[in-house]
Design a protein around this ligand. Structure first.
Ligand SMILES: Nc1nc2c(c(=O)[nH]1)N[C@H]1C(S)=C(S)[C@@H](COP(=O)(O)O)O[C@H]1N2
Ligand SMILES: [Mo]
Length: 430
């Protein structure tokens, strides 16, 4: 058994020789056949006799993932296996990103336990370089540690990949692999303190129960981690609720990590185990070119040897224009409100500016403090487009170290991570 299969979801009825939980629908169909399927649908299946044996009716199949998009609103699907979808900027205007607007990043398939919303017997194991290994039920997590609610930005490390030139393989995220829901859970640091992290601890390792695209339960989908110093900060949560409701299937039901400031990939969904390691974690998507950057700046297109790649940590400062929608008509010679959000991987954003003259001059926007550390910050500005014509609004956030978003793609890298170039929209003044 792999590390990930050995833990979590204790007490389900999946014994040896039985079908794995994710095969549930298939087994059901094999066992009951076409007539039962017709009965379930409440209608006849006129060409049913032609259905190849073992075919999963599309109405029941989750294999493409697309049926999981019900309840999402206006997202752009980048791929359906695994399911990946991003949110157009103007749909991210809410201070707290609602479920229907939150991007989806799956590396594998949603586990059956999440599809069934079944958390029965779920446990979280904390082991490795700790004095007291823990195995906690969700109720124990809730009762033994302080419960906290935080707005935390979740952004995929590959957000903005589509703008790199030459391009990089992977999901062609533009600007929408980011959101800021409100999460409820316990502090990761509190749980690790309870487990008693040993002096030799170097890194965390995260495991979930989602299913590899091959369907092979032995294969790890993704298992990333963070330096122990990052894990011991108060910001990271082990969460069971998003926006006041149980975490939805696509976003990690019943338990997930949310470790803000780092690439979204460290925020393990379907969390079953946290192992403390005495070395940098080497799980799936920690090694090679995955979520790694060249140790030094390289010219676009450079072939970088694997040995020169280092793990990506803090996400760069960034912002979005969420209102108006790009292409909007506005009145010339009058004040027009422009607004959005800004965030940074190293804490609060220090300043926000906008330009309507292609970066020639910048005006300072009003920047609100975050609801809590690592929540995105609302900014607003009134711009004046003097005469009729085509304009662009460019938005530029500056972090606490005085580092600002570049107007063109920053540090090219082989897999296209960390693109924080300024967001821009078109406005037509009349
Ligand atoms: N178990 C599991 N956790 C995961 C992933 C995954 O595929 N499986 N994807 C990661 C990546 S790359 C990102 S960007 C975020 C996306 O979270 P979301 O789908 O809830 O928006 O989850 C992370 N956690
Ligand atoms: Mo990601």
């Amino acid at each position: 058994m792999t590390d990930q299969a050995a833990n979590g979801h204790r007490g389900d009825d999946t014994g040896p020789g039985q079908s794995p939980p994710w095969a549930g629908r298939r087994e059901f169909l094999r066992g009951t056949g076409l007539s039962a399927f017709g009965a379930m649908l409440g209608m006849a299946v006129p060409f049913g006799a032609n259905m190849p044996a073992g075919l999963i009716p599309a109405a029941l199949a989750q294999d493409t993932g697309l049926d999981l998009m019900t309840g999402k609103n206006g997202l752009i699907v980048l791929g359906d296996r695994p399911l990946n979808a991003e949110t157009p900027a103007h749909l991210l205007d809410d201070d707290v990103t609602p479920y229907d607007r939150l991007f989806i990043r799956m590396n594998g398939l949603v586990p059956q336990s999440a599809l069934d919303a079944s958390a029965e017997g779920w446990t979280l194991t904390v082991d490795g370089e700790v004095e007291n290994p823990l195995e906690l039920t969700i109720d124990e997590l809730k009762s033994r540690f302080e419960n906290v609610t935080r707005r935390l930005v979740l952004e995929c490390g590959g957000n903005g990949r589509a703008f790199f030139n030459p391009g990089a393989s992977g999901n062609q995220w533009t600007t929408g692999a980011v959101g800021c829901p409100e999460w409820t859970g316990v502090r990761l640091a509190d749980v690790l303190r309870e487990a008693g992290v040993r002096d030799g601890a170097v890194y965390t390792a995260h495991y979930g129960n989602d299913v590899h695209l091959s369907g092979d339960p032995e294969k790890e989908v993704i298992s990333r981690g963070v330096p122990i110093e990052k894990a011991m900060q108060d910001d990271g949560l082990i969460a069971w609720a998003m926006n006041g409701a149980p975490i939805p299937a696509l976003h990690g039901f019943p338990l997930r990590l949310v470790i803000p400031g780092y690439p979204g990939s460290v925020s393990q969904k379907y969390l079953t185990r946290i192992r403390i390691r005495d070395q940098v974690h080497d799980g799936a998507k920690m090694t090679g070119y995955s979520y790694r950057l060249p140790a030094y700046p390289v010219a676009p297109g450079t072939e970088v040897p694997e040995s020169d790649m280092v793990v990506m940590t803090e996400m760069p400062v960034k912002s979005l224009i969420t209102f108006p929608q790009t292409g909007a008509d506005v009145a010339a010679g009058q004040a027009t409100e422009v607004r959005g959000h800004a965030w940074a991987g190293n804490g609060d954003v220090a300043a926000m500016h906008v330009s309507v003259d292609f970066g020639q001059t910048w005006q300072e926007a009003r920047l609100e403090p975050p609801a809590n550390r690592f929540a995105w910050q609302r900014w607003r500005a009134e711009v004046n487009l003097p005469v009729a014509g085509y304009y662009e609004v460019w938005a530029r956030a500056t972090d606490m170290n005085g580092v600002s978003q570049p107007s063109t793609t920053p540090g090219w890298n082989p897999r296209g991570y960390g693109n924080n170039m300024q967001h821009r929209i078109a406005l037509i003044a009349a």
